[in-house]
Write a protein that binds this ligand. Structure first.
Ligand SMILES: Cc1cc2nc3c(=O)[nH]c(=O)nc-3n(C[C@H](O)[C@H](O)[C@H](O)COP(=O)(O)OP(=O)(O)OC[C@H]3O[C@@H](n4cnc5c(N)ncnc54)[C@H](O)[C@@H]3O)c2cc1C
Length: 561
């Protein structure tokens, strides 16, 4: 007899879906999260605040940033409208190690990163499921586009995705609400780019900010306040709090416990089953073990890998889930620090000013190596661009009348893009544990041994060249570009560690996200990814999670696990 039918570890993008699906299918579910409780609406403490109501008017002063080793290096969290949704460095100082630089961006609450993500939601294509097999990197995917397509549709319809159908093979269409409109400058660039360079496309970014209401879920469409990272009481974007948690709670089958740090899974080698989930209470430090017939591990790619690595037989340094020898290997993140920009020439759109905000921008889908290896291209796989155009108010000099007249003018329209490239799955890009150093919950520190290599560098160089070429071809002027240091983790799309495959000697989970070493364990977050593609990954985690839940419940009902 177990405490629960299922235990879900983590309540972010993946865990939220697992809780929704399993409870709706009638299972009694315990969802555990190491973060503090955040209730929808009530706990969005900076929502709607003007800068004058935010600490430091929203921007942390340099001295404050310097006190936090993480915030200082990863600027995305350094705004005081959202710092409370990130891991507190001062409570958890240096609780991971870098043998090589890695930026591990972590949330600090129930809902995980679903509250702070940028909501870009793109499907994978068959091209991406074939890539490992075709070029021999990583372990081959055991599933293809047809296996996941119905689950993409399922999660898209429920979550509410805005986008436009384009009929692109490399970026399949989904179940879309109308897109967020492009502004005049983006339309101007689109028209000229697509004419000048046939095959290149500039499309609406597809995103989980709704353009239509979902009254049946108590959610309204995006109000375009541009405050998503603070939480949204309209429920206009996909988050655990707005979407999956209410659905799971409605069933009456969910128990949710916050502030519970899962340290490891307990395992019976004879039955090959996970027998318990050990937690340490984040506030009292008390340890407790919960039992469930099945366990869904959704703590996010790096954290789930840490839990698996730390699930060891007594007095053993070896994880019970590593019969393949690849647990903790093939750690990946997108490469993203290449930027290109350009200006719409004088006269083209001068009189046109558009006011207002949007939750997202425009997207140039992958165009490299779509039909096999392109001639003259010195890397495998590809990259895409995310960007937006905008027009700022002019910043005139002078005084009095001259200043006032100058302030009526606008700066020219400018457009900028950021390349997102695929990182290959390298076996030696790995996570290990340092048993000599424990965090405050007794868990050995995670050590990151991850670097980008030649293929990633070549892709970034090509993205920089091609980015400039496209903007020039579209007729933009003052075109420029640059690359910053490429540090894994920086793209916040970390994946791998427990990769999927049919062969138990070279993968950790099977085609149903089910651990080869424990059939009652499902690992459905980014750790299961055998490659990264170049698109934002979370929609794929959602679809794979819903698919795995469906399979797991069928197995439970059949008495197979
Ligand atoms: C600023 C930002 C922007 C992003 N933008 C995009 C985007 O536009 N599109 C996209 O696809 N992706 C985006 N991402 C990435 C996206 O947020 C992640 O891919 C996604 O949240 C991963 O889902 P998850 O469920 O695996 O992890 P999370 O959402 O992080 O949830 C994991 C949960 O597990 C909990 N947990 C961790 N360890 C333990 C433990 N030991 N015990 C108990 N609980 C634990 C955490 O507290 C957390 O609540 C972005 C990320 C960031 C930070």
């Amino acid at each position: 007899m177990t405490d629960f039918d299922a235990i879900v570890i983590g309540s972010g993008v993946s865990g939220g879906w697992a809780a929704k699906e399993l409870t709706e299918k009638g299972l009694k579910v315990l969802m555990l999260d190491r973060g503090r409780m955040v209730e929808h609406k009530k706990d969005y403490i900076t929502e709607g605040h003007g800068p004058w109501k935010l600490a430091y008017r929203g921007t942390l002063p340099p001295a404050e940033v310097a006190r936090d080793h993480f915030l200082g290096k990863w600027g995305g969290a350094a705004s005081t409208d959202r710092t409370h949704f990130y891991n507190n460095d001062r409570l958890n100082p240096f609780d991971y190690e870098n043998s090589k630089p890695f930026r591990w961006v972590r949330p600090n609450q129930v809902g995980g990163k679903s509250l702070i993500w940028s909501r870009v939601t793109l499907r994978w294509s068959q091209l991406n499921f074939d890539s490992n097999k075709q070029d021999g990197h990583g372990s081959p995917w055991p599933i293809g586009y047809d296996d996941i397509a119905p689950w993409y549709s399922y999660v898209e319809k429920y979550a509410g995705i805005a986008g436009q159908k384009e009929g692109l093979f490399q970026l399949p269409d989904g179940e879309f609400q109308p897109p967020h409109p492009m502004n005049v400058a983006e339309e101007w660039v689109k028209e000229r780019l697509e004419k000048a360079m046939p095959g290149r496309k500039l499309i609406h970014t597809r995103c989980a900010n709704m353009t239509e209401d979902k009254p049946e879920q108590g959610r309204s469409k995006c109000q375009k306040r541009d405050q998503c990272a603070r939480g949204c009481s309209f429920g206009a974007y996909f988050s655990t709090q707005a979407v999956t948690l209410p659905a799971a709670r409605k069933t009456g089958n969910l128990t949710l416990l916050s502030d519970k740090v899962v340290t490891n899974l307990e395992y019976d080698g004879k039955t090959r089953r996970v027998t318990g989930v050990r937690v340490v209470d984040a506030n009292t430090q008390e340890a407790h073990t919960y039992t469930g017939r099945i366990v869904f591990l959704c703590a996010s790619a790096m954290a789930s890998t840490q839990i698996l690595l730390n699930s060891r037989l007594p007095n053993s340094g070896l994880s019970v889930f590593n019969s393949s020898g690849v647990l903790g290997r093939y750690i990946m993140d997108h490469v993203m620090r290449t930027n290109v920009w350009g200006t719409v020439p004088d006269g083209a759109l001068d009189p046109l000013v558009q006011f207002g905000r949007r939750p997202t921008g425009v997207y140039i889908p992958r165009f490299r190596n779509l039909q096999g290896q392109d001639e003259g291209v010195d890397f495998v796989r590809g990259y895409a661009f995310q960007g937006a155009a905008g027009r700022a108010i002019a910043t005139p000099g002078g005084f009095g009348v001259a200043l006032k007249q100058g302030m009526r003018r606008y700066a020219p329209w400018r457009i900028g893009f950021n390349a997102f490239a695929e990182c290959l799955p390298y076996k030696d890009n790995s996570l290990t544990l340092n048993p000599a150093r424990l965090d405050r919950f007794g868990v050995p520190l995670l050590v990151f041994n991850v670097t980008f290599k030649d293929n990633e560098t070549r892709m970034m160089n090509d993205a920089q060249r091609q980015g400039e070429t496209m903007l020039r071809a579209a007729g933009l002027v003052s075109v420029g570009s640059g690359q910053e240091e490429h540090v894994p983790g920086d793209a916040i799309h970390e994946m791998g560690g427990a990769c999927m495959g049919d062969d138990p000697t070279s993968s950790v989970v099977n085609r149903w996200s089910q651990a080869h070493d424990a059939p009652n364990l499902f690992v459905t977050d980014g750790s299961q990814m055998a490659s990264t593609n170049c698109v934002n990954p979370s929609l794929t985690f959602m679809a794979l999670t819903a698919r795995a839940c469906d399979h797991a419940v069928k197995l439970v009902q059949a008495g197979a696990i």
